[in-house]
Ligand binder design. Structure first.
Ligand SMILES: C[S@@+](CC[C@H](N)C(=O)[O-])C[C@H]1O[C@@H](n2cnc3c(N)ncnc32)[C@H](O)[C@@H]1O
Length: 265
């Protein structure tokens, strides 16, 4: 598969899950999104970039924090996600959503006081290019803050996705997926090479699903890829047997999130 085909395959996956992301995941991810915003030190009149903005929650919260004198740009590779983000705008006039990838950020040099990347960098194929681009668009003295999932052992959600994904045909992009930055050191080294010095902070978040089917329909799609329907049934049974001990009841996943925070020290 060429790089373009590969990116198209992945973008189609984000498009396909965008409505469900809005309905089921966004609220469940809200505490982790807020913890990212807390670490960003946003203030009035700042210019902010939100990378992989998805359905726009982080960007919209940032637009309220920077006020009318500030501005927020949310970029994403998925038209489906961007359509929902646009639809959510009510009275915000200081925010713009546009198509773009972190490996080629559609912005001039030194454009932003703060660059945010909530739960996205582990899905980016070329993180070295991304690190260079993040450094390029940050103003001198600006701040980068990202959040990434921990390993399957540290994150119930990621363990569920990893087990589901183990039934899938090989994913077209090796080295990316929910737990690809459970060890954030290689990305931190790429950032440092580009001039962005970071520390890591860790927090845990609970995410509840009321039923196994809801959890499956919401989170398995990210890793099962093009699995045939007969394979899906087998994978579902195996994941339920292994990871859903309460029959049809609800389950809470405990999840480690790492925050990669630019060190201004
Ligand atoms: C797990 S969602 C996170 C969305 C949002 N930031 C949040 O916290 O809810 C990951 C998002 O990153 C986007 N994405 C994936 N690869 C990307 C890339 N290379 N450049 C920009 N966005 C990307 C996807 O389309 C998707 O909307």
């Amino acid at each position: 598969m060429t790089n373009e085909e590969n990116q198209a395959w992945r973008t189609a996956m984000w498009d396909a899950i965008s409505e469900r992301y809005d309905r089921e995941l966004d609220l469940r991810f809200r505490p982790a999104q807020e913890a990212l915003l807390d670490r960003s030190g946003l203030g009035a009149n700042q210019s902010v970039l939100d990378i992989g903005t998805g359905t726009g929650s982080v960007a919209i919260a940032a637009s309220h924090a920077v006020g009318d004198g500030g501005d927020v740009t949310g970029i994403d590779v998925s038209d489906g996600m961007l359509r929902i983000a646009d639809r959510r705008l009510i009275e915000e006039t200081n925010i713009m959503f546009r198509k773009g990838s972190v490996e080629e950020i559609p912005a001039v040099d030194n454009a932003f006081d703060v660059v945010l990347a909530s739960l996205v960098m582990m899905f980016v194929p070329d993180r070295e290019a991304a690190a260079r681009e993040i450094a390029r668009v940050l103003k001198p003295g600006g701040r980068f803050v990202a959040s990434v999932w921990g390993s399957p052992e540290e994150c119930g959600l990621v363990k569920f996705q990893a087990l589901a994904g183990s039934f899938a045909p090989e994913q077209p992009t090796p080295g990316i997926g929910p737990s690809a930055l459970a060890d954030p050191l290689p990305f931190q080294a790429q950032l440092l090479d580009a001039g962005v010095d970071t520390d890591v902070e860790t927090e845990e978040f609970d995410i509840e699903f009321e039923t196994f089917d809801l959890a499956w329909d919401t989170i398995a799609t990210v890793t099962i890829g093009d699995l045939e329907p007969s394979g899906v049934a087998e994978a579902k049974r195996a994941v339920q047997d292994a990871l859903w001990p309460n029959g049809e009841g609800p389950q809470t996943f405990r999840n480690v999130v790492r925050f990669i925070v630019e060190n201004k020290g």
